[in-house]
Design a protein around this ligand. Structure first.
Ligand SMILES: Cc1cc2nc3c(=O)[nH]c(=O)nc-3n(C[C@H](O)[C@H](O)[C@H](O)COP(=O)(O)OP(=O)(O)OC[C@H]3O[C@@H](n4cnc5c(N)ncnc54)[C@H](O)[C@@H]3O)c2cc1C
Length: 393
């Protein structure tokens, strides 16, 4: 194997999390290879992606670190300044306002396809990153000193550190023999863009119904992107409705908070599962993003946790290099993996507990959530605490 096939880090998977990981670690002066099975579709402003994220401030800060955020913001990222969370049955409302938090906005609503597109443009401008696409990881072996990867094309790569950022059905994870704790929620997230009679007021809205949460996220063109969590059969039913019936049902489900829903785009649904990998690292190979954790995407939070894996790995490597230590030392990676696995388990557990508490029609949970929302609404420090947790601050 020649010098050309040796890298400090090989990242498998160039979705949002893998591409961000390659860029973050290249900023530490490391030589990186990134392997991706499929060339992404170029993003076009005329064809908005239905997969939309409520991008948290710490995720934005990460992209700023390696110069990718400006291009995302310039294309189409809509800042939201308020958040309203309320319960269909229990009463009470939680209000978050940027002014109150001393910030210009609480986060941005961003399309998945736009993020991938701009991250790939940044990868292409970074000489220390080699892209291998289309190509696929087939095999992986490691000893005490390095990892050897075999790709579908026959190419073999050597690295001191490998990151599996290859998504929920991760090949890296299965080659490591890492188990996952899985739970099928029996729910789907129905996503679409909708127009409403009233303006969205730069507010991310979330109403909890017994069937699951319903989010309206404010977009740059004045429409809202919805994530409507429903039991499987209900999701299939609303997907099959004609546009007029769909808008009428959605207006009712949203309690006409923005007046009538007047039109709807193409609709899609994705199944909701929890999948947590344990451990998140074996030897010199670590899992990040959906390869390590798939969580309930309450209000479009899906990708933020994966970018937190990347940010903390980046800091750990920067600290090691600053004191002249081996950035890929196995004990350091193990420490990072334990700390991320516990944070991710807490986040997954809280999303699940919220989903369960708010999907329960019995009297006690209904009263409890009314009290909780009422209490939090009356205590600004508590509201700030909740928001800071969600924003990664
Ligand atoms: C259909 C769908 C809709 C979703 N909608 C929402 C939503 O509305 N809101 C929300 O918050 N979250 C949503 N999610 C979840 C969210 O997209 C994920 O949390 C996020 O994409 C995770 O990013 P990732 O980079 O870890 O993984 P991925 O985006 O899955 O990227 C993994 C990458 O690895 C590549 N890859 C896989 N195997 C190999 C291999 N062997 N070799 C090389 N490359 C490989 C894949 O091609 C892919 O590019 C949705 C997920 C899906 C699947």
């Amino acid at each position: 194997m020649s010098r050309r096939d040796r890298f400090d880090v090989v990242v498998v998977g160039a979705g949002v999390v893998g591409a961000a990981a390659a860029l973050r670690l290249a900023a530490e002066g490391l030589r990186i290879a990134i392997v991706e099975a499929h060339e992404p579709q170029p993003w076009s402003p005329a064809a908005p992606d239905l997969r939309v994220y409520a991008f948290a401030p710490d995720a934005q800060a990460l992209l700023e670190q390696f110069g990718a955020w400006t291009a995302v913001a310039a294309a189409r990222a809509h800042p939201y300044r308020h958040m309203r969370v309320w319960d269909a049955a229990g009463g009470g409302e939680l209000a978050f306002d940027a002014d109150q938090m001393g910030r210009s906005c609480l986060g941005h609503i961003v399309e998945h396809g736009l993020l991938v597109d701009r991250l790939w443009a940044t990868l292409a401008r970074t000489p220390s990153i080699e892209r291998l696409c289309p190509d696929k990881l087939l095999e992986l072996e490691q000893d005490d000193d390095e990892v050897v990867l075999t790709l579908q094309s026959g190419t073999r790569l050597r690295a001191k550190l490998v990151l599996g950022a290859d998504g929920a059905a991760s090949r890296v994870r299965s080659l490591l023999g890492v188990h996952t704790r899985d739970h099928d929620y029996g729910q789907q997230g129905v996503v679409a863009y909708v127009s409403t009679q009233l303006a969205h007021q730069d507010t991310a809205w979330q109403r909890f119904l017994v069937t699951g949460p319903l989010a309206f996220l404010p977009c740059a063109d004045g429409r809202c992107s919805i994530v409507w969590t429903l039991p499987d059969a209900e999701a299939e039913r609303v997907l099959a409705l004609g546009p007029t019936e769909f808008c009428a049902e959605l207006t009712r489900a949203f309690d006409a908070r923005l007046g009538e829903v007047t039109s709807v785009s193409e609709r899609k649904a994705f199944p909701l599962r929890r999948r947590l990998a344990d451990p998140m690292a074996v030897g010199r190979v670590a899992l990040v993003g959906d390869a390590a954790h798939v969580v309930h995407p309450l209000a479009g939070q899906g990708v933020n946790l994966g970018l937190r894996d990347v940010a903390s790995l980046g800091s750990m490597i920067a600290e090691a290099r600053a004191i002249g230590r081996d950035f890929s030392a196995v004990h350091r990676l193990q420490r990072w993996a334990r700390s991320r696995a516990s944070e991710n388990a807490v986040a997954a557990g809280s999303f699940e507990a919220i989903n369960r508490l708010f999907s329960n029609e019995s009297v006690v949970p209904t009263l409890l959530r009314g009290h909780l929302l009422g209490l939090a609404g009356r205590l600004p420090p508590l509201t700030q605490f909740f928001w800071k947790r969600a924003a990664g601050l």
